[in-house]
Design a protein. Structure first.
Lengths: 735, 157, 291
């Protein structure tokens, strides 16, 4: 009757989503709403000399045009990283990237605002842009620590240069990753209205409590005067983890026109105005002995950043933790390009970093004539090489083994170009992946009612990962209820503050909060029962009472039981409340925590007209306890396919002169379509990892997208003998 | 201008339609049917797919005036009152829904496929759904759902 | 903005004459994108979806087919695949099913994008585009004279595209296209070959590899001279290679986000060899059956 955690139960919100009933931010309506259109800069570097908004102001329906010359002041600059840019919108006349907002047109209808936006005339004073990462590289530097520089920019153990020089086998290569766009299907939308000094914001946000604090700071309000609601989010992938400029523009404009204002950014502005994964150039130097034992590793990454911010794409951040190598040096620099500030995109740092490192390992494997899986096994880090601590539930070796077996890796012929099928060159490749596990404070309440139902209240946001379902399962199991008896109030700052829905925090942190809340509610129910003379459980030791089939019973005496419904009604208690407040154990836990994965890919490439087709991909993950087998498989396939896009087609190319994105549109920023995808199989090797947290679960969303690009590139090498070190692997690179 | 059309079986008239407006805008903002989603405005993603006189189209590319006197059916009109279409059921059952933003368009497009083809092959399903982007990329479960719905619809025939 | 709804072709021509700035709209796949993105705001939209004449196709007395500019790709595929196989194959690669339900060859001609999928088969088949104005009546423009530049065509401001007229396929035709993914692609480059055995020649069309869609004339001349129409032997590798080279040389590609010029030339050569091989194999089979 009770559905255990891990079962593939149906999504709790699926019915709403298949009937068109699920409300996303752009579906929310408020009376008397005015609409804003955002005018982007046509140049990528310089100043706005003047803006002529007269024609726009005279256009039908226009209420106001706001520019840097007439905007109201913000109270303060809220902190990065969750304020995406370290500069408030319309702050001054300076232009840092093409598409940067220079004016806001507010009108009665969206069409009127959009049209008037085309009538705004800007006179620019241009300066020389830095268009590309290559142009910026000579001026790359180590950034100062700030909100957007999360890892130390340098890491050192031993003497990597010396050890490298002494290594019998050496390898030195440079790898490049392209600028990538999250391209969620839902363009970000914000609807803001003021009631006196109270502000309500509907926003397609992945983290309502995090973002509310920023908005409150910007407008000089105590947090409790601001309510932020994010009902359903149409895809995030990190894109909506940050408050981008439009989030601050909507309340500002609403204050000016004294009406609710909606800002829905255009598809183009999704590309230019809500971040991207910054391009990287990464030098990797490996030293090893002939038996494949790694002796030295130098990983030197430089990523592009904006002229507004120093934002690190932490491509070498996980490198020191990955393999048992005595001498390691990692460095992460930034280089300023006339582009917007990047953001975290599934999976920040590690997706780009793994491409370089796992490609280099493959190159080394061929160089010394060793199976790439065996090379990784020999250098497996049994304990965390950085802290020396034991890993909490690392089963990476099982990932290699099980995924290799499922894939049929033993059929691989070692020689590149040796496997063919008609006109197709066939290639097998593999790579590993690792993501350090993060945790965050998270709160939730669970109300157990006299109907025998429960309500979870927590501000977590459903972005597609299935959190509402898995957390409902957690509460249901904790209270011995069917999942259908659990409902969820979510995505609203009026609810207890959950962890943000990013950084793979939901399962571990939000899940633990719900578990604690359910346990607390159960404790209250048990207390009520054992103290109630009319209860069959009266006088029992609370430790002997367990949840069972929508009620309580003695662990060893099934006959001494009663339902929550009877218990609460008899005691005239409408509901019992349980509170959960998960506090990460942090450094004190004594364990190092990460998630791990192994990927195996088969590619086929026509030898006359080369284009890489991924026909098969098998991945195995070590993530502790899997909360829902179905949503987990689906989410992992999504992470893999998203990265197959990065491997083969996705690239936001900068104009070589101005640095603006050449084609910020889905017509040319190609993401994989249904017809591109072969078989993608996913295995989970983990068991509950209760060192990590009370629930035993670690994150999945991010680790699922680490290592795929290298696995594909390695398979391409195996098929063709051609090593592609620059993503994406487009057909022209195989000519 | 005024626009008269039938939507989900109901005769509907809306006023003050701008001549350059899309059918998608009319449905979402004037007819109270936000199921079809506005995601790219250029026919690249399929999130706004609706039936127009029985053929699935991108509502963002249909000028409102072109729908005058025509019949439109949206995701809201696929099932009956309080009842899901077997395809919607199958999407729920198979876990073919993630963030859900592409789902309404996918459902209309897949619904059309099953109206035309009783037992679609995997290649036919992929081909039919090629214009419906899903960035969560739950393509496997979507295929499962369409196959399941096809079986059930065939059995019910 | 005005929204004009002519019910007949005569009404449509009259409306266009009166308001030459009116933009004809059929499937909306180009026009609505421009309006949605506020790239342009024409004085009027001229909705041609109610003009019944445009949605028909018929056989001409001389045996050629006249296909109305409003026939959507979906119907080209379902109704004309046997008579215009090259065009039907191209239509299958257009956008998505939703786009094919609405988009038309007429719209493709109106937009005149070098990447439009209809153009190579129209060129290879020797199609003629019929355009008409209220003032001057009908003009018949051969496809190769219709494309003037990137997104520019031979249409006068008061003219509308009425139909294209093309011979029914007298031999095998093959269209092939390269994209960066398996569906929903704008062509990186495309190619169509149409064998005309009765005339002992082959027609070609190249897409997305020059400012305008074009024929590979030298390659056509080469085939006319070299192909042994009476024989049933497979094509010699050297002939195929040379044909591929000539097709590649006919193009004038550029580097852009969709592909490099070098890749386009290479891919065109491969497409040319492939499509000609398929077409010739069909031709041989047909010849063997007749023999």
């Amino acid at each position: 009757m009770t559905v255990a955690i891990g079962e593939p139960v149906r999504r709790v919100e699926a019915r709403d989503k298949v009937t068109g009933g699920a409300r996303y931010t752009e579906d929310v309506r408020a009376a008397d709403t005015a609409y804003a259109a955002l005018v982007g800069s046509a140049i990528s570097a310089g100043r706005v000399r003047s803006i002529d908004a007269r024609q726009a102001e005279r256009a039908p329906g226009v209420l106001t045009v706001i520019t840097h010359t007439n905007r109201p002041d913000f109270a303060a600059q809220p902190p990065t990283p969750y304020t995406a840019e370290g500069r408030m919108p319309l702050a001054d006349d300076r232009i840092h990237y093409a598409g940067q907002y220079i004016a806001v047109v507010v009108a009665e209808t969206q069409e009127q605002a959009d049209h008037a936006a085309t009538l705004v005339q800007a006179d620019y004073q241009r300066t020389s842009p830095v268009p590309t990462l290559d142009a910026a590289l000579p001026a790359a530097y180590i950034p100062r620590q700030n909100g957007l520089v999360r890892f130390p920019s340098e890491y050192r153990r031993g003497h990597a240069e010396t050890a490298l020089a002494a290594s019998p086998v050496r390898l030195e290569q440079e790898y490049r990753t392209a600028t990538l766009s999250h391209a969620p299907m839902e363009p970000s939308s914000t609807l803001a209205y003021w009631e006196g000094d109270r502000l309500t914001i509907y926003d397609s946000s992945q983290a309502v409590h995090t973002h509310r604090a920023l908005v409150a700071t910007a407008f000089g309000l105590p947090e409790d005067r601001v309510r932020m609601i994010s009902s359903f989010v149409g895809g995030g992938f990190g894109n909506k983890s940050f408050a981008w400029p439009h989030v601050f523009i909507a309340p500002m404009a609403a204050r000016v026109v004294r009406r609710p204002v909606r800002v829905t950014i255009s598809r183009k502005q999704v590309f230019t105005g809500t971040g991207h994964m910054a391009a990287t150039v990464q030098a990797v130097r490996l030293g090893a002995d002939r038996e494949g034992r790694l002796r030295a590793l130098i990983h030197d990454s430089t990523n592009q950043t904006s002229f507004i911010d120093d934002r690190q794409e932490g491509a070498a951040g996980t490198t020191p933790y990955m393999y048992a190598i005595p001498d390691v040096y990692a460095r992460m620099r930034v280089a300023k390009v006339s582009t917007g500030t990047g953001g975290a995109m599934r999976t920040p740092g590690d997706s780009a970093g793994a491409f370089a490192l796992e490609s280099a390992l493959d190159e080394l494997a061929y160089k010394i004539g060793m199976d790439p899986v065996e090379l990784r096994r020999r250098n497996h880090a049994d304990t965390d090489p950085v802290s020396g601590r034991p890993w909490s539930g690392k089963r990476l070796l099982a990932c290699y083994e099980q995924a290799a077996e499922r894939f049929g890796w033993d059929r691989r012929k070692a020689e590149p170009g040796s496997m063919r099928d008609g006109d197709d060159l066939v290639g097998y490749g593999m790579a590993g992946g690792q993501r350090m596990e993060h945790q965050s404070r998270a709160r939730a309440t669970v109300h157990l009612s006299d109907e025998g139902t429960a309500v979870i209240r927590s501000s977590t946001v459903e972005i597609g990962g299935g959190g509402l379902t898995t957390l409902s399962q957690v509460a249901a199991e904790g209270l011995g209820l069917p999942v259908g008896a659990v409902t969820f109030e979510h995505g609203d700052t009026d609810l207890p503050a959950s962890s943000p829905t990013f950084g793979s925090l939901t399962s571990g942190s939000a899940g633990s909060a719900v578990r604690l809340a359910a346990q607390d509610a159960l404790r209250a129910a048990i207390e009520l029962a054992v103290g109630d003379r009319r209860s069959p459980l009266h006088g029992a030791d609370p430790d002997d009472v367990v949840a069972h089939e929508s009620g309580l019973r003695l662990r060893d005496r099934p006959d001494r039981a009663e339902s929550y419904r009877e218990l609460l009604r008899r005691n005239r208690v409408n509901s019992l409340r349980g509170d959960g407040d998960f506090q990460p154990a942090g450094e004190t836990a004594g364990y190092a925590m990460a998630t791990f994965g192994a990927h195996f890919t088969e590619v086929r490439i026509n030898r006359h007209l080369p284009r890489v087709r991924v026909v098969r991909h098998v991945a195995a993950f070590s993530i502790g306890r899997v909360l829902n087998a179905r949503t987990a498989r689906n989410q992992a396939q999504g992470g893999i396919i998203m990265r197959l896009g990065a491997a083969l087609m996705e690239s936001q190319r900068p104009d070589p002169v101005s640095g603006r994105f050449i084609s910020p549109a889905l017509t040319d920023y190609h993401v994989p379509v249904n017809a591109d995808i072969g078989e993608v199989d996913v295995l989970f090797v983990g068991e509950p990892d209760t060192n990590a947290n009370p629930l035993g679960a670690r994150g999945l969303g991010e680790i699922s997208a680490v290592g795929i690009c290298a696995s594909v590139a390695n398979a391409v090498y195996h098929a063709t003998g051609r090593r592609v070190r620059s993503l994406p692997i487009t057909p022209d690179k195989l000519l | 201008m005024r626009l008269n059309f039938t939507v989900n079986g109901r005769a509907t008239a809306v006023d003050d339609v701008w001549e350059g407006e899309s059918l998608l805008y009319v449905l979402r903002e004037r007819a109270g049917l936000p199921g079809a989603k506005n995601a790219c405005e250029q026919g690249e993603c399929g999130s706004c797919t609706v039936y127009l006189d029985g053929s699935p189209v991108c509502a963002c590319l249909v000028a409102a005036g072109q729908a005058e006197g025509r019949e439109v059916r949206t995701v809201e009109g696929l099932g009956g009152p309080g009842r899901l279409d077997p395809l919607q059921e199958a999407f729920v059952e198979c876990g073919a829904v993630q963030c859900g933003f592409c789902t309404p368009g996918l459902l209309v497009q897949a619904h059309d496929l099953l109206e035309r083809v009783t037992h679609p092959s995997d290649a036919e399903i992929r081909e039919a759904l090629a214009g419906n982007l899903c960035r969560c990329t739950g393509y496997e479960k979507i295929l499962d759902a369409v196959r399941l719905a096809a079986e059930r619809k065939a059995a019910a025939r | 903005m005005e929204f004009l709804r002519p019910q007949t072709w005569a009404e449509a021509l009259a409306a266009k004459a009166e308001l030459p700035g009116a933009v004809p709209i059929q499937g909306g796949t180009d026009v609505m994108v421009e309006i949605n993105f506020d790239v342009r705001r024409p004085p009027a939209l001229l909705d041609l979806t109610r003009v019944a004449e445009l949605a028909r196709w018929s056989a001409e007395p001389d045996g050629r087919l006249r296909v109305g500019a409003g026939v959507p790709y979906a119907r080209v595929i379902s109704e004309l695949a046997d008579r215009l196989p090259g065009l039907a194959q191209a239509a299958r690669t257009v956008g998505s099913p939703q786009i094919r339900n609405r988009g038309t060859v007429g719209g493709n001609l109106g937009a005149a994008s070098p990447a439009g999928d209809s153009h190579p088969p129209l060129l290879a088949c020797g199609a003629v585009i019929e355009v008409e104005s209220a003032a001057r009546g009908v003009r018949a423009v051969p496809a190769e004279e219709f494309y003037l530049g990137v997104k520019r065509n031979a249409l006068e401001p008061d003219e509308l595209i009425k139909a294209f007229v093309t011979p029914v396929a007298g031999g095998p035709q093959y269209f092939s296209k390269v994209g960066t993914r398996n569906a929903m692609v704008i062509a990186v480059c495309s190619f169509c070959v149409a064998l005309h055995p009765a005339e002992r020649r082959a027609g070609t069309g190249i897409g997305s590899a020059a400012p305008v869609p074009l024929r590979a004339l030298a390659a056509e001349e080469f085939l006319a001279a070299e192909l042994d129409w009476a024989g049933t032997a497979p094509l010699a590798p050297a002939l195929l290679t040379r044909f591929g080279e000539l097709v590649g040389a006919a193009a004038a590609p550029i580097d852009d986000v969709r592909g490099t010029a070098a890749y386009r030339r290479h891919a065109l050569s491969v497409l040319a060899r492939r499509t000609l091989t398929w077409a010739w194999n069909d031709h041989r089979k047909a010849a063997e059956r007749c023999a």
